[in-house]
Design a protein. Structure first.
Length: 239
């Protein structure tokens, strides 16, 4: 089960840390409610106590509150924040389109470059979506791109530029990085670091019914990532 940390108002007669199960879109979370408003030292102790309680119940990953300053208290408890990497990669093609529009760049005619250390399923899906939306897509891979080029040409009639130069990557209107690249300046109008969980996620609109089901005050990206991983929401419901 995935855990969830939530701040609550302190109340007389109520414990400062309390566990309860919570269902969000048919997914069960074990929520640790932590009384807020105390001195930071006391807050850190309460977070540590909450982490220990969750760990004893078999929780290893948690959804955090927004702007949570006590993440370092969770590692000694064997807890880690829910990863948003898979969600970021699922959103990449939509993220490129919205980023180009915000920067006043052409969308259909934009040059979109993708760089990755390996040809994973997430890279294939992202490159395919980009090729169907943009005229020029460049793919920088150490190996394995030739078959994808042939597949895209055969199935969709689109072409893919394989093995672009550094100058071509840096000259693209949008650059999508699946892995860290020290050799690139990232000065493109749109540069997505899909490996960086600290980078701000784009707005993720949901239908009103889904939006109403989400509790306030939680890290939205982590919650959506957990719900998506569990199948509680589907890719087509995001964005």
């Amino acid at each position: 089960m995935v855990g969830l940390l939530a701040w609550t108002e302190p109340r007389r007669g109520r414990r400062s840390v309390q566990l309860q199960e919570q269902v969000i879109l048919r997914m069960r979370f074990l929520t640790a409610e932590i009384a807020s408003g105390s001195h930071p030292v006391i807050q850190r102790r309460r977070v540590l106590a909450a982490g220990k309680k969750l760990h004893r119940r078999g929780v290893s990953q948690v959804v955090l509150p927004e702007d949570f300053p006590y993440t370092e208290q969770l590692a000694p408890c064997g807890l880690r924040p829910v990863s948003t990497l898979s969600l970021r990669r699922a959103l990449a093609a939509d993220w490129v389109r919205s980023g180009l529009a915000e920067q006043g760049q052409p969308v259909a005619g934009a040059r979109v470059a993708v760089a990755a250390a390996a040809l994973t399923g997430e890279v294939v899906r992202t490159v395919t979506e980009l090729c169907l939306r943009h005229r020029y897509v460049l793919l920088d891979l150490p190996y394995g791109g030739e078959e994808l080029c042939r597949q895209l040409r055969r199935e969709y009639g689109v072409s893919l530029l394989l093995g672009p130069s550094k100058e071509q990557l840096e000259g693209a209107e949008a650059l999508v990085l699946f892995d860290r690249r020290q050799d690139l300046s990232l000065g493109n109008p749109v540069a997505l670091r899909l490996f960086d969980e600290e980078a701000e996620l784009p707005p993720v609109p949901l239908s009103p019914s889904l939006e109403e089901a989400l509790p306030p005050g939680v890290n939205r990206g982590q919650l959506l990532a957990a719900l998506r991983e569990a199948g509680a929401i589907r890719n087509e419901q995001i964005g």
